[in-house]
Ligand binder design. Structure first.
Ligand code: ZN
Length: 456
């Protein structure tokens, strides 16, 4: 049994009582927390510790949970930087058509490394482009998460509504519905781990109302429920999408989703920017989660999600960085500040607090992924996914409230990151991969993508 003792730090437990400890300890045995409390750890723990971390001047929080991402987009950043979502997608589909397993592997490693350095211990990914002969794209992403040391919930995404059938994507990037459902079942068979402490869990995720048929949405929901996996998609991101749903289906996006059997507590939805007050209440009543992606929404000018209303309605609202092609970075801790700033621009200074933003990035994220029993809080018995933030430097000096310092203060890489008892970041440096090598691989693959799609 391996024991790690962390002492001398402030702790934001985000546990059931929302305990905050000014000077406390955490003890990890194997992959779980066995003690969280005030002052130094008990001697029966310290005596058998293989590692003691003096965390004076640091803040411990639960590892952050990223609820929405498209890792492959790390290879296609910087395109269509002043475009709406639909314009941006139309510009990028022809580029994405050329992805293959080497591109996805390099992009995933870079994206996961950036997430780890920003305090993220668990991430999802929504991958929905599967060109023929591109290789095992889901497999290389899962290998990348294993190599970086991150807990991973990849979503097998899909598109089956091409332009000729009234959808947005070109016909040559969509797949056949039966092939998609077969691939979804295979992904579950090969990779999904339903056991406590799982490192990899699969979700199913047709992409969006404007790129997927209603039949695929319904049949995917049936498959997911038969197999006990969760459902994810994009919803209500832009005015254009709302217009598309009203014109094609005669209803707003949320009603469309409800009609297809998609409102439930086993579903979480990216964005939900354009929901009215009634719709936020329906989300809360159904227990359907939201992946709020404030920087991406700002970058694409999509609008401001009604986060305070969703939280008041009882909906889980996690945070997401979204794909790095609509947010040229992917550092999750930055989204705490972005969420607060957007909410306050829309609704004033009490719209969203630093503690609420931290709760979204931890507990709410765990609820979105169905892991609230063992992730998103520092409690005895929870998985030992811990972020330690160094607040003992000039950028934070004099900020008395460590949670406000983290949420409002300058961005710094996490000091120490532990995932299931394994140290992934130490002294603000990634220990599982060399960032210089990752950058070189990403540069090479991004260049190859740009050459493959001239004129874009
Ligand atoms: Zn997205």
């Amino acid at each position: 049994m391996s024991t790690i003792v962390i002492e001398g730090c402030a702790i934001a437990t985000v546990d059931d009582e929302r305990r905050e400890i000014a000077d406390g300890h955490l003890v990890i045995e194997d992959q779980r927390l066995v003690a969280v409390g005030e002052g130094p750890a008990a001697s029966d723990h310290t005596n058998k510790a293989i590692r003691r971390i003096d965390a004076a001047g640091k803040l411990a929080t639960p590892g952050l949970i990223n609820c929405h991402h498209h890792l492959y987009q790390w290879a296609t950043r910087g395109y269509a930087t002043d475009a709406t979502l639909f314009e941006w997608l139309v510009a990028l589909y022809p580029v994405w058509q050329h992805i293959d397993d080497a591109v996805v592997a390099a992009a995933a490693r870079a994206g996961l490394a950036s997430l780890a350095r920003s305090g993220c211990t668990t991430t999802t990914d929504h991958h929905y482009i599967f060109p023929r002969h591109a290789g095992d794209l889901l497999g290389v992403e899962i290998d990348a998460a294993r190599a970086i040391g991150m807990r991973f919930h990849p979503c097998r995404g899909a598109m089956d509504l091409g332009k000729s059938a009234g959808g947005l994507p070109p016909d040559d990037v969509v797949e056949d519905r039966d092939a998609i459902l077969t691939a979804c079942a295979e992904a579950i068979d090969r990779h999904h781990d339903p056991e406590p402490g799982a490192r990899v869990r699969i979700a199913l995720a047709p992409t969006s109302p404007f790129s997927v048929t209603g039949e695929l949405m319904s049949e995917t929901a049936e498959l997911a429920r038969a197999r006990g996996v969760r459902l994810h998609t994009h919803l209500a991101e832009t005015d254009d999408e709302e217009r598309f749903c009203l014109e094609r289906f005669g209803v707003r996006p949320l009603q469309y989703l409800d009609d297809l059997g998609w409102l439930g507590d086993d579903v979480w939805l990216a964005h939900c920017v354009h929901l009215n007050e009634d719709e936020t209440v329906r989300m809360g009543a159904a227990g359907t989660g939201v992946a709020h992606c404030p920087t991406s929404n700002g970058r694409l000018g999509a609008g401001i999600a009604p986060v305070p209303s969703l939280l008041a309605a009882g909906a889980p609202v996690g945070l997401g960085v979204d794909g790095a092609a609509s947010n040229e970075c992917g550092e999750l801790v930055d989204e705490l500040r972005a969420a607060m700033v957007l909410a306050r621009v829309a609704r004033g200074p009490r719209a969203l607090s630093a503690r609420q933003a931290l709760e979204m990035a931890t507990r709410h994220g765990a609820r979105c992924l169905g892991r609230e029993d063992e992730l998103g809080h520092l409690s005895v018995g929870a998985l030992a996914d811990v972020a330690l933030w160094n607040l003992d430097e000039v950028g934070f000096a004099g900020i008395a409230d460590p949670i406000a310092a983290l949420a409002f203060g300058p961005t710094r890489p996490v000091d120490t990151l532990v995932v299931g008892g394994e140290v992934v970041v130490e002294d603000a440096e990634l220990r599982t991969a060399d960032p210089v090598t990752l950058a070189a691989e990403l540069r090479r693959e991004s260049g190859r993508m740009a050459l493959a799609a001239p004129g874009t």
